[in-house]
Design a protein around this ligand. Sequence first.
Ligand SMILES: [Zn+2]
Ligand SMILES: [Zn+2]
Length: 438
Amino acid sequence: MTLETELYDVLGVPSTATGDDIKKAYRKKARNLHPDKNPNDPDAIRNFQELGAAYEILNDPNTREVYDTYGMQGLAGPGGPQDGPDAGDLFAQFFGGVPGGFSFEFGGPGRPFRKRNKGEDSVIPYDVSLEDLYNGKTVKVNMEKEVECGVCKGSGAKGSAKAKKCVTCDGKGWKHVYSQVSTVRIATTRGSCNDCHGAGEILREKDRCKKCKGEKVVQEKTRQEVHVERGMRDGQRIVLAGAGDQEPGLPPGDVIFVLKTQRHESFERSGSDLLATVSITLSEAILGFDRILINHLDGRGVRVASPQGKVITSGTTIILRNEGMPTYKNPDMRGNLYIVLDVEMPGEDWMGSVDHKALAALLPPKKADIEPLPEIVDKVAFEEGTLAEVRARSFPAGSGFFDQAFPSQYGEGDENDWEDEEGDEDEDDGGPPECQPQ
Ligand SMILES: [Zn+2]
Ligand SMILES: [Zn+2]
């Protein structure tokens, strides 16, 4: 039973949506709502953040269940679920167990009542390219944050007007909310009072500060600098301490950017190592090469010569030492770059343009039939197939079961999140991402 649907509404899906529906809806909305795409909308960052938060909760089956059962109160509201076994874990999960983030005090008969001791943190997913993480980058971000109103000094009141105790909640700011969890269970949660919005007191319309209209805070435009440092990893958090929203009487919250690495068309990353696939021609495979194999993430050409007399088979891996990712906080130390050499066979066009007899005389001879000849020899048609189909049948875990190269680089448990987006441009046959031949 779903009590609240607000988070589903943010994502634009029904509360019966599957995990996949939620992922898809999120991806689509995230693209449209991205602040870069809505530079003129003052609410862009907020909308984007809200979307991210809704997704974070609904994408995790555990938090989704808590939300479906108790609503937001169950996840973060005062009191939390009365009998939720993992309430403590959930809080820790949501607020990262950051010391100083929240404090607990007892407000009610033996139940912890959560009280903020600083403004709310703003967590913003931030897309970065592998180039950004390799070279480092400083970005200026325009943001809007809430600051204490300067006119009323955060009281929300005009002049010396005083707020009156809210009669609905008798000044407590909360009231009990009863909700039926199942046919035999009624859950009691504490809901924020609707009339005073949890403040416990109400200011009459005419007593409200003109500037903030009694809100105690006003929106202020700020310009923040985000330093993406060399070697940072996917999921790393960049904390701008004190750059977040302010609530009267409390220090402002933090703005936290969470790095989300976009897939790269040429490179994959595993820790400080990089992996790329490069196509070489048949001629290069047997006669050798000395050329720029790949353009690196900083634009440098990387030239490699194969050893004299070396014949390269498809799939041969070479290691280019110290050409991997820089190490975070120690960028001169770098990992390795692994290059898988893929031998590109000549095309049919080329084959049509050469003398086959002359070519056959140069190439090693064709194989003869097996000796001794088996008693029965059946003639079977030549038909091309794809291994991905076989894998899809044999392994219910997914068609890409063996094809996940380094899923951890795209965020844990999230490896499918951005795959569809890639699929829009790729002719994806379930294989590993192709690299651009140089
Ligand atoms: Zn004011
Ligand atoms: Zn009230």
